[in-house]
Design a protein around this ligand. Sequence first.
Ligand SMILES: CC(C)(COP(=O)(O)OP(=O)(O)OC[C@H]1O[C@@H](n2cnc3c(N)ncnc32)[C@H](O)[C@@H]1OP(=O)(O)O)[C@@H](O)C(=O)NCCC(=O)NCCS
Length: 175
Amino acid sequence: MSWQIRAERAEDGPLVERLLAESFGPGRFAKSAFRLREGVEAVANLGFVAIEEGELRGSVRFWPVLVGATAALLLGPLAVQQPQRGRGMGIDLMRRGIAEAQGSGWEVIILVGDEPYYSRVGFSRLTQRLRFPGPVDPARVLGLDLKQGTLAGLSGEVRRVKIDEPVCADGAGTA
Ligand SMILES: CC(C)(COP(=O)(O)OP(=O)(O)OC[C@H]1O[C@@H](n2cnc3c(N)ncnc32)[C@H](O)[C@@H]1OP(=O)(O)O)[C@@H](O)C(=O)NCCC(=O)NCCS
């Protein structure tokens, strides 16, 4: 492994945006997960990039959401440059993000994605049904407990955080 995972910096923004455009295409704007992020900033200390040979080759970001009254993180987007895929960068980026999220007091992470991939870092399918803003295949709704028992207690609607109602890491919903 010759890359380095470091915190995303302001100047990485355009490169991350380019990577996301290349990885997801314009269809990304129609996804439920995008709607949850629209108009809301990513969690500042939870953006990470993979750097190799001076190049930005991968990125992960997390967004704050509300599930019912519970503050949660939404993992994604996660992307790795096409020629660099399959080397472990995606897993490495997620591990770093998950560790930092736990360290800063977040209690639970959810995402919409492929279970066979995300189970490698501990995600599992939710047994209860959450409501998303748009159609989502329930088999792709995954979660990871950072504080034991939080995931099982999640229920209701997954909502975008209101811009004037920031969600904090203390799990108490809104601050
Ligand atoms: C998904 C993505 C981030 C994975 O990054 P990566 O650096 O290639 O992943 P890793 O190298 O850490 O892991 C690769 C392993 O996971 C497997 N894998 C990758 N995507 C998978 C998927 N969707 N389902 C099941 N397994 C998957 C690979 O087959 C590989 O397996 P191996 O270790 O047995 O060879 C990358 O493929 C990508 O950018 N895709 C386009 C954007 C995207 O779909 N993002 C995810 C949705 S938010």
